[in-house]
Design a protein around this ligand. Structure first.
Ligand code: IMP
Length: 431
């Protein structure tokens, strides 16, 4: 069996969905192993556009079985919203979408905890507000977490919420430092609400680790979709400005139960430039005003968050960062996305080193406090003016664009297997 992982090598939003779409028909199973509804991907089915954030992108392929693994955190209303919107478009997911009984459940108090933390002066990370961090905190803390399997046991769920909710109410009240009025929750009402979800969710719930082990034994092909980007990984990303899960392929083993030895190919996805949503250091950021390159890349690349609509921060390609994540992810190749967005810029810069307090650094640091002090050292390449959105092979690209792609591959140290020149499936150069 061939397990493959598609993983973003920057701060997320690298257009992983397009790569999953391009290769999706080669797989029997698609699996999400980390994160929750903080991810955002746009999927087009028969001309209709869907914004998915919790379900794997691969759900749209009728022959594919989709799995939401134990490493994911699930907000049931969002789960139904996505399932229903696909059902309305004729995509039937019954018997081919499975949710781990070990995945953790997001409750409204998680979102409230996040809202209060983000509105405090000390705790801002610029999160998506989906309750992701507080739910993972409860998971690791063990005392106040509820797993999907527990939703299916009514008396047990009522008992657990009767213990947890008063504590959460006290926590939120204490947390609201006078600036924000805390919401409080009522255990019985919350239990009634979630028991309603439980009945609907029941047919999807199973032991997905076993399901995947059986699939592997039967020789099925499995595709893992990493959510977020490698630089947002809780261990190896630019901590503390990261998400709360393992977004690198290292999360596959813990987040799905399938040992890493089953993953034979790792496809690292990068944008031809860099973007980031939320706070945290970003050495190559182009914060150069409304007439600057940063704004131009944002506009042309439609760099606004799928989940929150926030304008993304944009900047030059950082080869230091991607060489680091390529190594940590075990990527075998890279795909360079959104190259067309750079058309028309007179010159392009690639970050090839950092100046840290006057000394040249040739390797990345994921320590946010150190990275904040790193100034990029650039190599400058000529731009191109031609429209490249109709290019279908490397030789269709202007020489400057080819040179740019070659140099990106060289600096990262991996072969470039795909260059994307537009959102369409056909706007793809396979190298
Ligand atoms: P959280 O995942 O909502 O806790 O947010 C933590 C950080 O990760 C914030 O900077 C978010 O903007 C960022 N983030 C979370 N999910 C994504 C994603 O799918 N793409 C890009 N950034 C993300």
């Amino acid at each position: 069996m061939a397990g493959t992982c598609v993983v973003g090598l920057q701060w997320g939003d690298e257009a992983k969905g397009k790569i999953v779409d391009l290769i999706g028909d080669q797989f029997d199973f698609v699996v999400r192993y980390n994160g929750g509804a903080n991810a955002g991907h746009t999927v087009v089915v028969d001309g209709k556009t869907f914004k998915l954030s919790l379900l794997p992108t691969g759900v749209i392929r009728p022959a594919t079985t989709s799995v939401i693994g134990n490493g994911v955190v699930v907000y049931p209303p969002r789960f139904f919203e996505e399932v229903d919107s696909l059902a309305r478009a004729g995509v039937d997911l019954s018997k081919r979408l499975f949710l781990s009984d070990h995945a953790h459940v997001i409750f409204p108090y998680h979102m409230e905890e996040e809202r209060l933390a983000e509105s405090s002066t000390e705790g801002k990370i610029g999160t998506t507000g989906r309750g992701i961090g507080p739910c993972y905190q409860d998971k690791v803390g063990r005392r106040f977490a509820i797993r999907v399997g527990e939703l299916l046991r009514p008396d047990h769920l009522r008992e657990r919420l009767a213990q947890i909710v008063p504590f959460k109410n006290r926590l939120c009240t204490a947390f609201a430092d006078g600036n924000a009025t805390p919401k409080v929750f009522e255990p019985t009402a919350l239990a009634d609400e979630y028991l309603g979800y439980a009945e609907r969710i029941r047919p999807y719930v199973t032991d997905t680790s076993r399901l995947l082990h059986e699939a592997v034994k039967a020789g099925k092909r499995v595709l893992f979709e990493a959510a977020q980007g490698s630089l947002l990984d809780v261990d190896h990303g630019t901590y503390p400005y990261v998400t709360s899960s393992s977004s690198l392929p290292s999360g596959i083993w813990s987040g799905s139960g399938l040992p890493a030895k089953n993953v034979k190919r790792i496809i690292g996805v990068v944008k031809a430039y860099t973007s980031r949503v939320g706070r945290g250091p970003f050495p190559t950021e182009l914060d150069d005003g409304i007439d600057g390159y940063g704004e131009r890349i944002r506009k042309v690349g439609r760099e606004y968050g799928t989940v929150t609509g926030r304008p993304r921060r944009t900047g030059w390609f950082d080869a230091m960062a991607v060489r680091y994540t390529a190594a940590l992810s075990g990527a075998d190749e890279i795909t360079v996305m959104l190259l067309d967005v750079l058309s028309g810029l007179p010159e392009l810069k690639l970050c090839v080193g950092y100046d840290l307090d006057g000394e040249r650094r040739t390797h990345f640091t994921s320590d946010a406090y150190e990275l904040e002090r790193c100034k990029p050292i650039y190599e400058t390449l000529p731009g191109w003016t031609e429209d490249i959105t109709t290019a279908r092979k490397l030789t269709d690209l202007p020489a400057a664009a080819r040179r740019y792609v070659d140099r990106v591959g060289e600096l990262v140290g991996l072969p470039v297997s795909v260059v994307s020149v537009g959102p369409g499936r056909e706007q793809t150069i396979r190298v």
